[in-house]
Design a protein around this ligand. Sequence first.
Ligand code: FAD
Length: 549
Amino acid sequence: MMGTTTRRSDFLVLGSGIAGLTFALKVADKGTVTIVTKKENYESNTNYAQGGMACVLSDDDSFDLHVKDTLRCGVGLSKREAVELLAREGPRLVRELLDLGVKFSRDEGAPCGLALGMEGGHSRRRIVHSNDLTGREIEKVLLAAALRHPAITLIEHCIGVELTIEESHASNGNGKARVCWGARVLNTQTRRFTSIAANHTLLATGGCGKVYLYTSNPDIATGDGLAMAYRAGAAVANLEFVQFHPTCLFHPEAKSFLISEAVRGEGAVVTTNDGKPFLEKYHQLGSLAPRDIVARAIDGEMKLRGDQHVLLDMRPIGKERIPERFPHIYAKLISLGLDPATEPIPVVPAAHYMCGGVVTDLFGRTTVGRLYACGEVACTGVHGANRLASNSLPEALVFAERAAQSALSRSSAIPPEVPPSDAGVTKKFSEIVAVKHDWQALRKLMWDYVGIVRSDERLHVASRRVAVMRETIEDYYTKTGLNADLIELRNIGLVAELIVSCAMTRKESRGLHYNLDHPRRNDGEWKKDTVMSRDEGFSCVPSYVSWGS
Ligand SMILES: Cc1cc2nc3c(=O)[nH]c(=O)nc-3n(C[C@H](O)[C@H](O)[C@H](O)COP(=O)(O)OP(=O)(O)OC[C@H]3O[C@@H](n4cnc5c(N)ncnc54)[C@H](O)[C@@H]3O)c2cc1C
């Protein structure tokens, strides 16, 4: 392992998905930007998004309706100011993407010229999409723009390890004040550590689906930003609200392949393995019910019948329309020997989206000075207890722009000298088998005990076991050299612990958090956010309290 070098940049961005790239492009005319990303530059949740972006563009739609649908889905915990920003700013930013060259599917008959899809929980057709490869198209265009910009340097295969934090006593005498001056990163190819000093640092590291055994997320989604922010003293919130996507393909050769919600929007029906629709038993909207209800219903039905999967019948969409509207999904299914035009396909739920995250105000500012967060790693207040389908890409766009505005309005300063940490620099990595084992064990534990349906007993068991595993992982971390697997394992371990803590605190069922021992929603006591920070421990903040403006 090589020693530590240093680098300077006005802005440091961790992550090259929609949030990181949007922020980078918005600040790049005013200063130097370094983006570090831990695998290939396109590898991100963004790149896999299929359905699209919820956006008010049609005459029969309105901002109020989009706000209303989002608030209904968030079950009392979404923050109205954040949701209104999402609804109002989204259309302008979608047009900016069009101007940048994103090719959304068109409908020349529609006044806005774009084809608008329908998805579960939306009361109008408002999903702007690029067939069923929306994320790939957006990622491609944003990346090309970032790579063209002379002020942006993008470093691949470079994993953020820790944020660089300056600590002092808070001016009001209470606790500590913290300022972030960049991050320490590890280039996984050269095995060289670099301290990147920056005036403004953005966490845009995406989600944490890999905390669970089954997930729709690609391998990068290990909650690194969430874990780094918590270790740095930032507040995190609402981590009990993990969204499970109801329909991931159940097939040994299809790791994490998602069948978009838009498929049900276009008429596909979920059935038991003997072909009987059952979702009407759980919700009057049947197959168009919000995805938490659909995921729980599928989980319940599978457990009741002892089945490994249910079926998704796409035949009602029509033989011609399936390949036309969902060419990517269709091609993938055909490549696996499944023809959705003639037979139902096997599907299961899988961890998909983290609604909670690093607490930010309406300008992406975290509780640590000069540290911003946006995209899936952030908790802006939009999603509350449940995310409405296709709201996350536009949320990332809207809040990345606002974070950029905020960073640009702040004065620059010279980052103080931070002595380079030597953790992991000189030692050799030597715990490959143990790390592999713990990866699997931790993710299975979370799947079995902290999954779609929880109970007090399961959460207690998970809490004890995660604590023991975390102790072992911290031990490897201090004794052996670092590599990406160990850095990620340490992060998923911490994120697992934080999810369990939030889930144990909330003594009710709401949105995505369902506990058999507290099966009802309790607005009297629990219309609150579960907020945690390293210094201040747990607090439950009434949900009407805005994160700030
Ligand atoms: C299969 C799938 C389908 C989806 N469909 C939709 C949809 O139709 N509509 C919708 O609105 N949302 C959808 N989502 C959710 C949406 O894609 C994500 O929430 C959104 O793309 C997150 O963007 P982001 O920029 O925050 O993170 P990401 O796009 O995940 O980018 C994170 C970036 O951070 C990098 N990174 C992570 N950790 C580190 C580290 N330690 N150091 C350096 N770099 C790091 C990653 O390599 C990556 O470049 C879908 C998600 C999935 C998985």
